[in-house]
Write a protein that binds this ligand. Structure first.
Ligand SMILES: [Zn+2]
Length: 264
């Protein structure tokens, strides 16, 4: 599943290619019948909120896309290629095209629906939102763990499985600690970390969260196996203390942590 930073990157690239232009919108083989509501209209802007993307085609014509686990875009310049596979949506001009496959949702929403979504989602570090609402939601939870809360899109939006593991490691916080046991200072530090790391986002299609001095090879770019402290490093030695990284399912996804650096 793409993390919020990747959705924001797509939204920005797609706004650059299509923003302010009249576009062709197609949903081949009836896979997106409402394409006719948007076809030939001006696409004003592409917005990302948490893990949702919205295409603004004017009043009550917001195309909502949620990528889910399998959604993916393909993009290119020049004439669009022949339609193939389970293509849900294609947006194109004479010079650019993009195709969407496998999303959980692709439907036309009213402005009210889009605003309701924004109100329901927690603050998004990539939209420069005020984090206070998210802090309060966490501090109010007496039993839910911080590891689960960081994945809850109504607490903060756009933080996915890689970032939750890495933010908690970098803050040296146990993922099993209850929300109410977090301090405001710790939450501020995690938010600040998110503001720094998420815009840096993908480097060569990798999310890099390790500091160079902590990597086994501290000189030069990070090797694939040292881009993250704990994510997907089950059984491997922690870069900081050497303890084996552990893994457990939490909030439906594999959670990774160092039992020493992040002692309960
Ligand atoms: Zn450690």
């Amino acid at each position: 599943m793409p993390e919020g930073n990747e959705l924001h990157r797509w939204a920005k690239m797609q706004t650059e290619a299509f923003g302010g232009k009249k576009v062709r919108v197609e949903g081949p083989n009836g896979r997106f019948a409402d394409a006719v509501l948007l076809d030939g209209r001006v696409l004003r802007e592409v917005m990302a909120v948490g893990k949702h993307i919205g295409y603004d085609f004017g009043k009550d014509r917001k195309l909502h896309v949620h990528m889910g686990l399998y959604g993916d875009f393909t993009e290119g310049t020049g004439p669009a290629p022949e339609m193939r596979g389970a293509l849900r949506l294609r947006i194109s001009t004479k010079s650019d095209w993009l195709e969407l496959r496998g999303p959980t949702d692709c439907s036309v929403w009213t402005d009210e629906q889009w605003e309701a979504l924004k109100a329901r989602l927690g603050p998004d570090p990539l939209n420069d939102d005020d984090p206070e609402r998210g802090f309060q939601a966490i501090l109010a939870k007496k039993t839910t763990s911080i590891g689960a809360l960081l994945m809850d899109q109504t607490v903060f939006s756009g933080i996915g499985n890689i970032y939750r593991a890495e933010f908690l490691f970098r803050a040296r916080v146990s993922p099993f600690r209850a929300g109410a046991q977090m301090t405001r200072e710790e939450l501020k530090a995690i938010w600040k970390d998110a503001l720094k790391l998420m815009p840096e986002g993908m480097v060569d299609r990798r999310i890099v969260t390790t500091k160079p001095p902590d990597r086994p090879h501290s000189k030069g770019p990070a090797l694939d196996e040292e881009v993250n402290y704990v994510y997907r490093r089950k059984g491997k030695p922690c870069f900081v203390c050497g303890t084996k990284i552990e893994m457990k399912v939490m909030a439906g996804r594999n959670l990774f942590w160092c039992p020493t650096c992040q002692a309960a």
